[in-house]
Design a protein around this ligand. Structure first.
Ligand code: BES
Ligand code: MN
Ligand code: ZN
Length: 497
C-alpha cells in the first residue's frame, strides 16, 4: 500500500497551521472555535466573501492567501451548505472537496471541524477523514519524471474536533475501509504484465497479516475440482490460472458465512473472438470484481467485523494463443453442466459459473454476492452512476439498494426471467455462453443463475462503475475501488451482532 497521508486529531481551539481550514454553513455562520481563530482578521472574511460571492454552499470554498492578522500561509473557508442536514455521505464528499482544494505543496493543514449549532459526530469526522484520504489517492508509481507540482499532495492533516479521543476511535474503525478501497484501486490500476494471476494471488496472500486465512488453488487442484469452464478461459495464456479463497471468521463458530465472489480476468483480449484494438488497454481492469473482494476482506478484517465472511476470486488471463479455446468448443463446468462456447469474449461468466458453484458447494453460505466487469451492455443501460443489480432474493436486493444510497455506490435492479433464460439454451450442450445482441447484461446474469442453486444470490455488473471512472469528489483515479464501501456497509448494517 502506498504511504497514506497522515491524519491526526486534536482538540479545539486550534492554532493556525501552514494551511488553516474552517467550515462555514449557509449564511456564512461560523462556529465558536472558528470565530475565535479568525477574530484577529477582523472583517476580512466578510469582505472577501462579498467580493467572491461566497455563500457557504456545500463543497465551495473561499481561499485567502496570507490573510492579514493570522499566522497562516492560506486560509480556506470550506462551505458545508445546510449544516443541520449533513449525512455521512456529505461529510465524505466534503473531505474529498477539501483535499481537491489543497495545493500539491501543502505540507501541514489544520482543520477546525466544528459547526455552529450542530454537533459534528465522531462518525462524521471519520467520514471526512476518509474523503480526504480517498481524494488524495493517486496511482503514480510508474511516473518517474513527475515534477513536484504534478505530484499528489501528501500533507499532514490535523483535524481539530470537540472530542478528539472519540474521533480517533471512529477513524481507527474507518481507516481500514479506506485502505481496502486503496488496495482495490491499486490492483485495478496495475497493468497486466505486472499483475498476473499468480502475482494477484500473492498480493491477496498479504491479507493473512490481518488474520485472514488465504488459500491459493493452482491449476492442478482446479482440474481435480472439475473447473473446466474457468480453466478453458485461461488455457490460451502463458500465465497459469488461480482461484484464491479468503476467509475471515470474526463471527460465531458454525454460523454460515457471507460469500463474496469476484471476476478476476487480469487481462481480457477477448481470446480468439478478439476485441478491437481501440480501448483494449482498459481490459487490464477486467479484474475489478476480484479487486473489490480483496479490498472488502481487508476492510472487514482490519475493523475486526463480527461476521464470518469468505471471499473467492477466479484469476485468469484471456489470451488467444495456439492452445486457446475456440468458438464451438464445449466445456464441462464443475457443476457438471456443459457449455458451448459461442464467443470467447464472454469469458467472465465462465469463470464465475465455476467459482459460484464451488462456493455454494463448499461453504453453504447465507448468501452469495458476485461482482464482475461483466458486460459492455450494462454501460449502455445504466451509464457509470449505477451498477447493475440482479438478484434471486428481494430482501438481499433491497439491502444492497439501501447500502448503495447511503454510500453513494448506487445499484439499480435489473430483471431476471425464464423468457431470457431460453436465449442461452444450446443446440449442442446444456447452455451457450452468449444470448445474442438484446439484453446482453440480462442473459449474462441468467447464465450465472444456473450456477447458484437455491442460495440467495446477487450479481453486480460493475463494468461501468469500476474502471474509467468519471471524476468525483472522492476519486480522481482511473480505478474507483467501487464496491468496497458498499459491501462493508451492507455487512455492518445487516449482518453483525
Ligand atoms: N470484460 C468484458 C466487459 C467489459 C467491457 C467490461 C467494457 C468493461 C468495459 C467482457 O468480458 C466482455 O467482453 N463482454 C462482452 C460479452 C459479449 C461477447 C456477449 C461484451 O460486453 O461485449
Ligand atoms: Mn470479454
Ligand atoms: Zn471480460
Amino acid at each position: 500500500m502506498p504511504d497514506p497521508m497522515k491524519i491526526s486529531f486534536a482538540k479545539i481551539p486550534a492554532a493556525p497551521g501552514a494551511i488553516t481550514v474552517v467550515l462555514a454553513g449557509e449564511g456564512l455562520a461560523l462556529s465558536a472555535g472558528a470565530a475565535a481563530l479568525l477574530e484577529p482578521t477582523g472583517d476580512l472574511l466578510a469582505r472577501a466573501a462579498a467580493s467572491e460571492r461566497f455563500e457557504g454552499k456545500a463543497g465551495s470554498a473561499l481561499e485567502l492567501v496570507a490573510p492579514a492578522g493570522l499566522e497562516t500561509g492560506r486560509l480556506v473557508v470550506l462551505g458545508v451548505g445546510k449544516a443541520a442536514e449533513l449525512k455521512p455521505l456529505d461529510w465524505l464528499k466534503l473531505g474529498g472537496a477539501l483535499m481537491g482544494r489543497l495545493p500539491a505543496a501543502a505540507k501541514e493543514v489544520a482543520v477546525v471541524l466544528e459547526l455552529p449549532e450542530v454537533e459534528v459526530s465522531p462518525e462524521a469526522v471519520a467520514e471526512f477523514a476518509l474523503g480526504l484520504r480517498l481524494r488524495g489517492y493517486a496511482f503514480d508509481r510508474y511516473k518517474t519524471r513527475q515534477k513536484p507540482e504534478e505530484q499528489a499532495a501528501r500533507p499532514k492533516v490535523t483535524l481539530h474536533v470537540v472530542d478528539d479521543v472519540a474521533a480517533k476511535r471512529a477513524w481507527k474503525k474507518r481507516e481500514g475501509v479506506g485502505d481496502g478501497v486503496v488496495i482495490a484501486r491499486d490492483l485495478v490500476n496495475e497493468p497486466a504484465n505486472v499483475l498476473t494471476p499468480t502475482e494477484f494471488a500473492r498480493r491477496a496472500g498479504e491479507l493473512s497479516k490481518l488474520g485472514v486465512a488465504v488459500e491459493v488453488l493452482d491449476e492442478k487442484q482446479l482440474k481435480k475440482l472439475g473447473m473446466g469452464a474457468l480453466l478453458g478461459v485461461g488455457q490460451g495464456s502463458e500465465q497459469e490460472s488461480r482461484v484464491v479463497v479468503m476467509r475471515w471468521d470474526g463471527g460465531k463458530e458454525g454460523v454460515a458465512p457471507l460469500a463474496f465472489i469476484g471476476k478476476g480476468v487480469v487481462f481480457d483480449t477477448g481470446g480468439i473472438s478478439i476485441k478491437q484494438a481501440a480501448g483494449m488497454e482498459d481490459m487490464k481492469g477486467d479484474m475489478g470484481g476480484a479487486a473489490c473482494v480483496v479490498g472488502l476482506m481487508h476492510a472487514l478484517a482490519s475493523r475486526k467485523a463480527k461476521v464470518n465472511a469468505v471471499g473467492v476470486i477466479g484469476l485468469v488471463e484471456n489470451m488467444p494463443d495456439g492452445n486457446a479455446q475456440r468458438p464451438g468448443d464445449i466445456v464441462t463446468s464443475m457443476s457438471g453442466q456443459t457449455i458451448e462456447i459461442i464467443n470467447t469474449d464472454a469469458e467472465g461468466r465462465l469463470v464465475l459459473g465455476d467459482v459460484l458453484w464451488y462456493v455454494k458447494d463448499r461453504f453453504k453460505p447465507q448468501f452469495m454476492i458476485d461482482l464482475a466487469t461483466l458486460t459492455g451492455a450494462i454501460m449502455v443501460a445504466l451509464g457509470q452512476e449505477h451498477a447493475g443489480l440482479f438478484a434471486n432474493d428481494d430482501a438481499l436486493a433491497a439491502r444492497l439498494t439501501e447500502a448503495g444510497l447511503a454510500t453513494g455506490e448506487k445499484v439499480w435492479r435489473m430483471p431476471l426471467a425464464p423468457e431470457y433464460d431460453k436465449l442461452i439454451d444450446s443446440r449442442f450442450a446444456d447452455m451457450k455462453n452468449t444470448g445474442g445482441r438484446f439484453g446482453g447484461s440480462i442473459t449474462a446474469a441468467q447464465f450465472l443463475k444456473r450456477f447458484v442453486g437455491d442460495v440467495p444470490w446477487a450479481h453486480l455488473d460493475i463494468a461501468g462503475t469500476a474502471i474509467s471512472s468519471p471524476a468525483s469528489d472522492i476519486n480522481r483515479s482511473w480505478a474507483s475501488g467501487w464496491g468496497v464501501r458498499l459491501l462493508d456497509r451492507l455487512v455492518a448494517e445487516n449482518y453483525e451482532g
